[in-house]
Structures are given as structure tokens and as C-alpha cells.
Write a protein that binds this ligand. Structure first.
Ligand code: ANZ
Length: 493
């Protein structure tokens, strides 16, 4: 993939460029700047896609030059990543050798095209003079609590011994090995991008000239949902907190569904039928887009909750294969009349389907196999009857808050970015695990942490992990024994 980012550099950067001698002559600093950045993946040979893209870029560069701009037109190679490692394993070449060979071929080809690229400003992401800055940036994020480590479920390929991205799992199997992919809990590094959810959403409005459909995709990716959380009391005197965007439908609730890895499952974690269900469910759950298409399956527990507003109404607790642990609270109440997934589930398990929203005031509706999801007026709902959906939401949230049953809540679909890869051909994460248990970033003066070259691809798993000496080191401050992080950064970092 190649990125191609025209960027008009504002004048405030002038002094930075001057100081760092980015432009060759002082005279050029009086001009306006324009920067075109090339960033191809060094896959082997230049193909027509490159030729088209980079010719267009070159035309813009020339056009800007002729219009008096000072144009920065560098070349960057997006040189780390899985394909190099896989190709190297197949061809019995070192990833570095494979990558450098490709770069040299592609460079010659691009030079023959006569593009006005400034080859004095060539960078390659697998070069330590480049990834030193990446490591520095990681340390900076770590110190600001924007990079952190946590356990999470990942797609694990048991043959290749590595984490796979969702896109690399095809029909439940690893794209390279064909092995059945397992869900494995691993401790991984994340960047706390969700801290900026609202800022990202707001900033979409400032993107002048962007296609509406691209902005919409971005908006859906961030996925802001406004609703509330409600605590349901269980018969073993615990609370299950759910998240809903439709609290107006609370009188139509007929069951609770929790994620297969929800903490409440501790009360039946040794039940063999549950374990079978959980293993099967977790296989598919990683890919969110498949959730609405898959058959809705549930494991019926022996527990129930009390309805917060209907005296003596008990609702069964199911574990559902369509509930994600890392969205909202990992638990929902099901209202089959007004949610298609809940309806499919209720029809399968013969649960109550009670309509509580109608297109017309005080008029009952019938639900067969299609949920009513449009706007309307509340029915069959005691004190909410005859209110519009909006009015009912406002009223019920106030009551829920007053009765201390829950709170209004806004959540985002956006997740923190998992950046750990158990792979060799990437930028080493500059972290040390000291023998006293402390985790410390490698000090700036000791960067870069370079990749060892003498690695063995014949052993399964991450070569950094199995390297005889690389990971063993000392804490630069205390001299205590320490072990290096062996995960590398995802190439997209
Ligand atoms: C009850 C309800 C009734 C719901 C109704 C919808 C319609 P968005 O808009 O995508 O945020 N939900 C909440 N957490 C979930 C999870 N972890 N896994 C799967 N589904 C989850 O969707 C919010 C709705 O998705 C929530 O509102 C909840 O179902 C479900 F007539 O609660 B609703």
C-alpha cells in the first residue's frame, strides 16, 4: 500500500526547517512550502499502480514548483511488516536482505521514470536511524499513560505461533497456516486512542473538501452511542450492569444476555455445557461485523434477574454468542419486539415478545418475524405510556438516576489500538521488565534498541523470544537484571 500525502506546510515551520537545514539554500526559505510524501511498501517491483500514483504526485510537485513554492519531495519506504518476514521464511533469506533488495530494484525503476523525487531525503522504516524516533515516540506516550499494557483476547494461530489480525482469519482459519484459530488471552500493548474519541468526531467537521461518505465511515468507526447503564439485581444478589440506547423499551424486556467472557460466568464456569458453548462462541466473536449475520445462540443459565419496574417479573439470564465483552458493559437486556437480534433470539428460545412502541398512540401492534425499530409512542409501559420515544427516554433515565439504578452514559465503538506483534520484522518496543517487577522504558540515550541480525526462523514463534541472548540485559539505572520486551510494533505505527 502506498500513502500519498500532499501537505502544505505552514509558515510557522519555517524556523524549524531553517534550524534543521531541511531546505538547501537560505533563499528558498522566503518561498511558500509544499510537501509531497511517498510511502510505498517495498514489495518487489514497481507496478502500474505506483507509476500512475507517483506520476500524478510528480505533476503536482512540478506544478507547485513552477508556481513559486519550495517543494519537499522525499521518499519513504514502509519497510517493516509481515510480508517481508513470510517471504524471507519461504525463500530462506533474511527479511533485511529481502527488503533491501526490493528497495534497490524499486529505486532504480523509479529513477528511470525520471520523477523529481529528492533521493537525498530517502528514509526507510526498517533503518535504525528511523525507528529510533518511533521508539522515542513510544516512550513519550508511555510516560504520558497513552501507551499501556493489558490482557485481551486475540486471534492466535497455533501453528505460526502468532497473533493474527481479523483480516488474516479466513473462515476461522489462519490465512497462511490453515490452522483453526484460537482465542487466546495475551498481554498486549495498546495506544489509548479512545481518550480522543470526541475530539476525533468533532474534528471531522473541520475536514474541508473531504467526500461525505469518507467522513461518514470515520463517524461510524468512532461510533458514538448515547444511552444509559442500568443495574439488574440477580437472584444470587449480584448486579449485572447493562448498556442500552433504548431505555424507553424497558417494559418490553424479556431476558438478559451476557458475553461469553463476562465476569458473571464465574458462577457456572465449570459447567461443561457452558464451556463448550463459550469455546464455540469465542471463535467467531472477534469479528464484529459477523455478529448480526450469525445465528444467535444462547446458553441458558440457572440464574435470573428482577425487573426493576415490574414487581415479581423475573427474567432469565443467558450467555449470548452475539454479545461482545469489549463493548458497553458486555451485557444487555433483550427487548425482542424492537431489536432484530433480540427477536431472532427470543423466537429460537421461546421468550416473551411484548411490543412497547407503536407508530400510533395507544394502539397495539403485532410482531411476527420483524422487529419494529422505528419511532413512535410508548404502549404497555405503565408510567411511560403515550410518551414519544424521545420523551420516554428522558423520563426513564431521570427515574433510573433518581432511584440509583443506573446513569446516563455515552460510549464509543472505537477501541484502543493493539500495537503488539509477536514478530521479528518490526520496530522493537523499547521497554524493560526488571527483576523486581518494575516496567521501565529504555532511556532516550540508549535508543535505538536495535533488532539482532543473527536470528533463527526454524524455531516456531517469535525469533526475538527464542534468541539466546538478545532479550537479557541490565537496568541502566540500577544494574538489576532485566528482560527486553520481545513484541514489536505493528507496522502501521
Ligand atoms: C435494549 C434495547 C432495546 C436495545 C431495543 C436496542 C433496541 P449501538 O447503537 O450500536 O450502540 N448492546 C449493548 N451492548 C452490547 C454488546 N456488548 N454486545 C452486543 N450488543 C450490545 O447499540 C446499542 C444497543 O446494542 C443496546 O441497546 C443493546 O441493545 C445492544 F429495542 O438495549 B439495546
Amino acid at each position: 500500500m502506498e500513502n500519498y500525502n500532499p501537505l502544505v506546510i505552514e509558515n510557522k515551520w519555517q524556523s524549524f526547517f531553517e534550524k534543521n537545514q531541511v531546505f538547501k539554500t537560505k533563499k528558498n526559505l522566503d518561498k511558500k512550502f509544499y510537501c509531497l510524501e511517498m510511502f510505498p511498501y517495498p514489495s518487489g517491483n514497481i507496478h502500474m499502480g505506483h507509476v500512475r500514483n507517483y506520476t500524478l504526485g510528480d505533476i503536482i510537485a512540478n506544478f507547485k514548483r513552477l508556481n513559486g513554492y519550495n517543494v519537499l519531495h522525499p521518499m519513504g519506504w514502509d519497510a517493516f511488516g509481515l510480508p517481508a518476514e513470510n517471504a524471507a521464511i519461504q525463500n530462506k533469506l533474511h527479511p533485511k536482505e529481502w527488503t533491501e533488495k526490493n528497495i534497490s530494484i524499486m529505486k532504480t525503476q523509479l529513477q528511470r521514470l525520471g520523477l523529481s523525487i529528492d533521493w537525498d531525503r530517502e528514509v526507510s522504516t526498517c533503518n535504525e536511524t528511523y525507528y529510533k524516533h518511533q521508539q522515542n515516540l513510544f516512550s513519550f506516550f508511555y510516560k504520558k499513560n497513552l501507551a499501556y499494557k493489558k490482557e485481551s483476547y486475540v486471534n492466535w494461530d497455533p501453528i505460526d505461533q502468532t497473533v493474527l489480525a481479523n483480516e488474516q482469519v479466513i473462515d476461522g482459519k489462519g490465512w497462511r497456516s490453515g490452522a483453526v484459530i484460537e482465542k487466546k488471552k495475551l498481554s498486549q500493548w495498546f495506544l489509548n486512542i479512545t481518550k480522543y474519541s470526541d475530539e476525533l468526531l468533532q474534528s471531522l467537521e473541520n475536514l474541508k473538501g473531504w467526500p461525505e461518505k469518507v467522513k461518514l465511515m470515520q463517524k461510524n468507526w468512532i461510533g458514538k452511542s448515547i444511552g444509559c447503564e442500568i443495574d439488574f439485581l440477580t437472584n444470587n444478589e449480584r448486579k449485572i450492569k447493562i448498556f442500552t440506547t433504548r431505555p424507553d423499551t424497558i417494559f418490553g424486556a424479556s431476558f438478559i444476555a451476557i458475553a461469553p467472557d463476562h465476569p458473571f460466568t464465574q458462577f457456572f464456569e465449570n459447567d461443561e455445557n457452558f464451556l463448550k458453548f463459550k469455546n464455540q462462541a469465542l471463535k467467531n466473536i472477534a469479528i464484529e461485523s459477523s455478529l448480526s449475520k450469525n445465528e444467535k445462540l444462547g446458553f441458558k443459565t440457572s440464574y435470573f434477574v428482577h425487573h426493576p419496574f415490574i414487581k415479581d417479573k423475573k427474567m432469565p439470564i443467558y450467555v449470548g454468542n452475539f454479545i461482545l465483552m469489549d463493548y458497553g458493559t458486555g451485557a444487555i437486556y433483550g427487548c425482542p419486539a424492537h431489536d432484530q437480534r433480540d427477536l431472532e433470539f427470543a423466537l429460537k428460545y421461546k421468550l416473551e415478545v411484548l411490543p412497547v412502541v407503536s407508530p400510533n398512540k395507544s394502539q397495539d401492534i403485532k410482531i411476527k418475524d420483524e422487529a419494529y425499530v422505528d419511532d413512535g409512542f410508548i404502549i404497555n409501559s405503565d408510567f411511560l405510556n403515550d410518551l414519544s420515544v424521545k420523551e420516554a427516554q428522558k423520563k426513564i433515565i431521570k427515574i433510573i438516576e433518581d432511584k440509583k439504578l443506573g446513569n446516563s452514559k455515552t460510549i464509543y465503538r472505537l477501541k484502543d489500538w493493539g500495537i503488539s506483534r509477536q514478530r521479528y520484522w518490526g520496530c522493537p518496543i523499547p521497554i524493560l521488565y526488571r527483576e523486581d517487577g518494575k516496567i521501565i522504558p529504555v532511556p532516550e540515550k540508549d535508543l535505538p534498541v536495535t533488532l539482532p541480525e543473527d536470528i533463527d526462523f526454524n524455531k516456531p514463534g517469535n525469533p526475538l523470544e527464542s534468541h539466546p541472548t538478545w532479550k537479557y540485559t541490565k537496568c541502566p539505572e540500577t544494574g538489576m537484571k532485566a528482560i527486553r520486551e520481545t513484541d514489536t510494533l505493528d507496522t502501521f505505527v
